[in-house]
Structures are given as structure tokens and as C-alpha cells.
Design a protein around this ligand. Structure first.
Ligand code: SF4
Length: 292
């Protein structure tokens, strides 16, 4: 019986104008890039693009430096502002008020909510799209000529299939090479471990991403105390009355417990019964750009 995922995957484009690998520098996109180098998915991509929010852990930047040396196609690092700086200054990428990351909210009436997530679109999708347009020779605001077709490779594995999303640009066709191979996240980890037993793969996400689960937060706290301190400072700043500019009618927190990050006692999911928020929420809500 044909797997339903296989039945909905698009056929690889025959002669696209450009093949781009969307590189998040996490487990899946790293393995996809390394497999692409050995032409496991057919012709290699013309390039990879990494959208840098400016607030990834040091280990992700170090990993990216290593990865670039393993592949022959170029890796472009693009950015659209620095999310940490923008959070500190209550700005977004256009210099207007507030970078909206998915904060946990306590509303004025005491009810709980979550802020809208605009960060993936602003800090990842936008700069990647801009770079792709530049690579195919388009000027700002120029219409895409007929016949231009870009194939965008997304590192989504079989267990994250709900993150698949078509591109909003008609001239971009998303392709999911790991799904074509029916690879799950653990297959990616096994593939990597076999070939690079001395190395580990980091989860790629902003240091202060509210989608971190307790395991991730305590990993940062215990191994990268300076990065944890940065996240604590941003978390405190979010509730500075001078900062919300009237936008938020409540208190914003980085952690799901809705207490200051510095005071959170991190526990394992089995102890608290708390969900693995990164996996659950990212799979349900992410555009397939963060964390892969
Ligand atoms: S990692 Fe989290 S905070 Fe960073 S862009 Fe993605 S969703 Fe937003």
C-alpha cells in the first residue's frame, strides 16, 4: 500500500532555475545537507541558505562552521536583524514596535494566553526569500518572470510531517528529501552517528525561544550559563512596564510556567507531566523553519 505521505510528495523539478537547501543547522537539515553532498537525492542543490536570527547558541554557529567544510555547495548566511537586540529594544525587523515571539502570557484578567509568533516569518522566511530573489537576479519588487522555478529543500522528517507547508510563492516548489526517503528523526541521528561518531548535533533555535522544553532549558543553564543569563535578562525585560509600549495587556514570559525564567525549577517531563513543548508546539505551529 502506498504511504499517504509518499503519495502527496511533489516530483523533483527537472531543470529548476535554482535548487536551494534551507539550512536550519539542526539534526534534520544537517543530515539532509550531508546526504545531498553525496547526491543521495539526485543532483546537488546549488546552495544552502541559513537564516541567522542572531541569537542561536554558540554550538550551532560552531556546527555550521564545521558543516560548511563538509559540503561543496555554498552556504549563504542571511539575516534580517538580530532578534535579541530587537527584543531588548522592543522592535521588529522593520524598526517598528516589538518582535513577536511566542511568549507565554498572563492577561490582565489572570487568564493565560500565548503571543502570536511572527518571528519565524520575519527572521527566517523573509531573509531567505530575499536571498533567493537576489540569486536569480531579481531587483527589489521586480516581478518574477514566467518560467522561473525554484526548488526549496526542507529538512522535515517523517515524524514531523505536520510541519510540511507549501510555499506561498507560486515560483517556489518546496521539496522534502527526507520524507522521500521515509526518514524519521532517529534515522537521521543514526545516519549521522555512524559517519561522525565524535560529533554531536545541536538543536537549532534561538537561545530564548519559548518553545524550549525543560530539557533544553536545563541543557542551556548547565552547559552555557552565559547564554542562560542572556535569556533570563531578556525574560525580565519583557515585563518591564516601559517596554511593552501598550501592545501587551498582560505579562510576558519565556517559560511555560509563567514565572521568571531565573526562578523556574526545571524538571523532566516524566516528573511534571509537562509536555515537550518544543516538539509538540513546533510540530503543530512552526512553518518548518525553526529547529530543523
Ligand atoms: S527559534 Fe523560536 S524564537 Fe527563534 S525564530 Fe524560531 S520560533 Fe521564533
Amino acid at each position: 500500500m502506498t504511504d499517504w505521505v509518499q503519495s502527496i510528495l511533489p516530483k523533483p523539478l527537472e531543470n529548476p532555475t535554482l535548487r536551494v537547501l534551507s539550512l536550519g543547522a539542526g539534526v534534520q537539515s544537517t543530515v539532509m545537507a550531508l546526504m545531498a553532498e553525496s547526491e543521495a537525492f539526485g543532483p546537488r542543490p546549488d546552495c544552502a541558505i541559513f537564516a541567522d536570527t542572531g541569537w542561536e547558541p554558540k554550538e550551532v554557529y560552531g556546527h555550521l562552521d564545521w558543516l560548511e567544510k563538509q559540503i561543496s555547495f555554498p552556504v549563504y548566511r542571511v539575516e534580517s536583524g538580530n532578534i535579541k537586540h530587537d527584543l531588548e529594544n522592543n522592535l521588529n525587523t522593520t524598526g517598528h514596535r516589538f518582535a513577536s515571539i511566542p511568549f507565554f502570557m498572563v492577561n490582565k484578567d489572570g487568564t493565560f494566553g500565548m503571543a502570536r509568533r511572527q518571528c519565524t516569518s520575519e527572521y527566517k522566511l523573509k531573509p531567505i526569500r530575499k536571498k533567493v530573489r537576489e540569486l536569480i537576479g531579481l531587483k527589489p519588487r521586480q516581478r518574477t518572470p514566467k518560467g522561473v522555478m525554484v526548488e526549496m529543500w526542507m529538512g522535515i522528517s517523517r515524524d514531523e510531517v505536520q510541519r510540511m507547508k507549501e510555499s506561498s510563492d507560486s515560483w517556489v516548489t518546496n521539496r522534502w528529501p527526507l520524507l522521500e526517503k521515509e526518514m524519521r528523526r532517529y534515522d537521521c541521528l543514526d545516519w549521522f552517528r555512524e559517519r561522525h561518531p565524535q560529533r554531536t548535533l545541536a538543536k537549532s533555535a534561538c537561545i530564548g525561544c519559548p518553545f524550549h522544553d525543560d530539557h533544553e532549558w536545563s541543557h542551556i543553564k548547565n552547559n552555557y550559563p552565559e547564554e542562560f543569563e542572556e535569556a533570563c535578562q531578556i525574560d525580565e525585560k519583557l515585563r518591564d512596564p516601559e517596554m511593552d509600549g501598550g501592545k501587551f495587556h498582560g505579562q510576558r514570559y519565556l517559560h511555560a510556567q509563567r514565572v521568571p525564567l531565573r526562578e523556574v525549577r526545571f524538571n523532566t517531563a516524566s516528573e511534571t507531566g509537562q509536555q515537550d513543548l518544543f516538539n509538540d508546539l513546533m510540530q503543530n505551529e512552526c512553518d518548518g523553519m525553526c529547529g530543523i
